[in-house]
Design a protein around this ligand. Structure first.
Ligand SMILES: Cc1ncc(COP(=O)(O)O)c(C=O)c1O
Length: 379
């Protein structure tokens, strides 16, 4: 099946008890057994829930993987993966990823003895320099949040294979419509399904997709043992969101391309970060591993001050000033004071995350109205 068909049909079958075409929300905490151990595959809802199972199967199919696992948030999915490690293990991670992931690595897991190296992953070869006998995992986001840098998944995956390391890709920004990291050799995909997968800014949810049965079993053990599972209503919302992912992404991409080019032509804008520009440093890699370039981008102002950024951030009417991304409506945010406030200033400046950097998640409204809105706010 091609992606549009998979998004609508994969993993789903009419409900066996009624024939309902849409997977019901199985709002139950437990399941009745005929005799001890004699049941229909469901015992307790932290461990399994039919709405969640349908979504897990759909997500696996959409990412060209064998197994999907759902979590209460993208952060809970990240947490479950890092808990596969032991004290003394080391992780090589991208130095400009989502601030909350950086915070979890440095403030939660470092104190349990896991060591993290944050490096610039735009050059895949740099990863090899940090590999030592304790390295277990390489973690990247591509495109990154918020600098829109691109990691060559295939090149990093081949380094990982050589050194027997796991490679995890946070695929939140691209979504499975634009990029399928398992196809390029990654071992683990995570998503904040709160974003494009849900797509309507009405659910917090996370997921992991893998091919390896052993990894699936370890992650399912963690999912059940530490219990950060989503409720069935939230699984239903993500299932519903998936069905229009392709249509939404097509419009996100088309609007994104027009807005990125318009921003570039604005006199008050300094730099625009969007991987669809042919002069983006890793545009060729983006072209190789992505189907299109998405609606996420960031830009700086020639007046690189908090005040100038604040004027733009408070001046839009359609672009809502809010954390998050990937919904049908356009959002605008200020990484330095919002999503990336937990990163020390000297670290964020190293990656180009300056005071005037503004991130936008271009929605699927009429693009002329969006440009008009930005024009009025930027001037
Ligand atoms: C790239 C990326 N990964 C992970 C997360 C965490 O996901 P959640 O907010 O669903 O916990 C986010 C949240 O913004 C994100 O942008």
């Amino acid at each position: 099946m091609k992606i549009a068909t998979k998004l609508i049909h994969a993993g789903l079958k009419p409900d066996p008890s009624t024939g309902a075409i849409m997977t019901p929300i199985y709002q139950t905490s437990t399941y009745v057994q005929e005799a001890p151990g004699k049941h229909k595959g469901y015992e307790y809802a932290r461990t399994q829930n039919p709405t969640r199972t349908a979504l897990e199967n759909a997500l696996a199919a959409i990412e060209n993987g064998r197994y999907g696992l759902c979590f209460a948030s993208g952060s809970a999915a990240t947490d479950a993966i890092i808990k596969l490690l032991n004290p003394g293990d080391e992780v090589i991670a991208a130095n400009d990823m989502y601030g909350g992931t950086y915070r979890m690595f440095t403030k939660v897991f470092a104190k349990y003895g896991v060591k993290f190296h944050f490096i610039n992953m735009q050059d895949a070869a740099a990863v090899a320099e940090y590999v030592n006998k304790n390295t277990r995992l390489v973690w990247t986001e591509t495109p990154t949040n918020p600098m829109m840098n691109i990691t060559d998944i295939e090149a990093v995956a081949s380094i990982c294979r050589k050194h027997d390391l796991l490679m995890c890709v946070d695929n939140t920004f691209a979504s499975p419509y634009l990029q399928n990291p398992l196809d390029f050799g990654a071992d683990i995909i995570i998503h904040s399904a709160t974003k494009y997968l849900g797509g309507h800014s009405d659910v917090v949810h996370g997921c992991v997709i893998v091919n390896d049965k052993g990894l699936q079993e370890k992650l399912a053990f963690m999912q059940n043992s530490t219990g950060a599972v989503p409720g069935p209503q939230d699984c239903f919302l993500v299932l519903r969101g998936l069905k229009t992912l392709h249509l939404r992404m097509e419009r996100h991409c088309a609007n994104g391309a027009k807005i990125a080019n318009w921003l570039r032509s604005n006199q008050k804008v300094d730099k625009v970060f969007w991987c669809g520009f042919t002069d983006h440093p890793n545009h060729d890699i983006a072209k190789k591993q992505m189907r299109d370039f998405g609606g996420m981008m960031s830009f700086t102002l020639k007046d690189d001050s908090m005040e100038a950024a604040n004027r733009v951030l408070s001046g839009t009417r359609l672009f809502a000033l809010a954390e998050s991304l990937g919904g049908v409506e356009s959002l605008i945010g200020h990484p330095a004071s919002m999503t990336h406030a937990s990163i020390p200033i000297e670290e964020r400046l190293k990656t180009g995350l300056v005071n005037s950097l503004i991130r936008i998640s271009v929605g699927i409204e009429d693009v002329d109205d969006l440009i008009d809105d930005l024009q009025k706010a930027i001037g």
